[in-house]
Design a protein. Structure first.
Length: 190
């Protein structure tokens, strides 16, 4: 599993008898087929890795009612975002057009780790619940990244028609403290 981007599998060592050798290059994997009982390991005990099948939108890692991954050729503008230890993103609001593709350059200027997750309000709430169960999970997905203190990463996203899009940080305690940006999508179906 050394090449599975977006997932920290260090806590899965207790999953005896599971052959992961054929999964070496799987990005954005839906673990629902590999987990029994909605987040339990093969031994029947709760795994800290949990069920990732609903973690990043309705269709697994990256797909979302908020849009879909974009490509560099589609980018119409770049937005710089700063993650702060005051549990805020700067900017705190953003206006985009439905169908617009934005490159986000996110810098963590704090001393704490932060996340940058794009999704609808409902998807953010689902992700918040998942992160409470699996607080050590790391992201490097089309719609979600984890940043260490001082780290800078980019993400390219094409916004969809949903009018209730947010950018959130789900490191435990951050989202409830207000670490989210509201995204206004113009031209969306309301």
């Amino acid at each position: 599993m050394s090449n599975m981007k977006g997932m920290d599998h260090s806590s899965m060592a207790n999953m005896k008898g599971m052959d992961h050798s054929s999964m070496a290059n799987m990005k954005g994997m839906d673990h629902s087929q590999h987990m029994q009982g909605g987040g339990t390991s093969h031994g029947g005990t709760q795994s800290s890795a949990g069920d990732h099948s609903k973690g990043h939108g309705s269709g697994g890692h990256g797909s979302s009612a908020a849009g879909r991954p974009g490509t560099a050729a589609q980018v119409t503008r770049t937005v710089n975002v700063t993650a702060l230890d005051t549990m805020r993103f700067d900017p705190s609001t953003l206006a985009v057009k439905a169908g617009e593709t934005v490159r986000f350059v996110v810098v963590n200027k704090g001393k704490l780790p932060h996340e940058f997750v794009i999704g609808t309000t409902e998807e953010q709430k689902e992700h918040e619940q998942m992160m409470q169960k699996m607080p050590g999970m790391k992201h490097d997905d089309p719609n979600a990244i984890t940043l260490a203190p001082g780290e800078t990463k980019s993400l390219i996203w094409q916004f969809g028609q949903s009018a209730n899009v947010e950018i959130g940080c789900h490191i435990p305690g951050h989202y409830p403290a207000g670490m989210l940006s509201k995204v206004t999508v113009s031209g969306s179906n309301r």
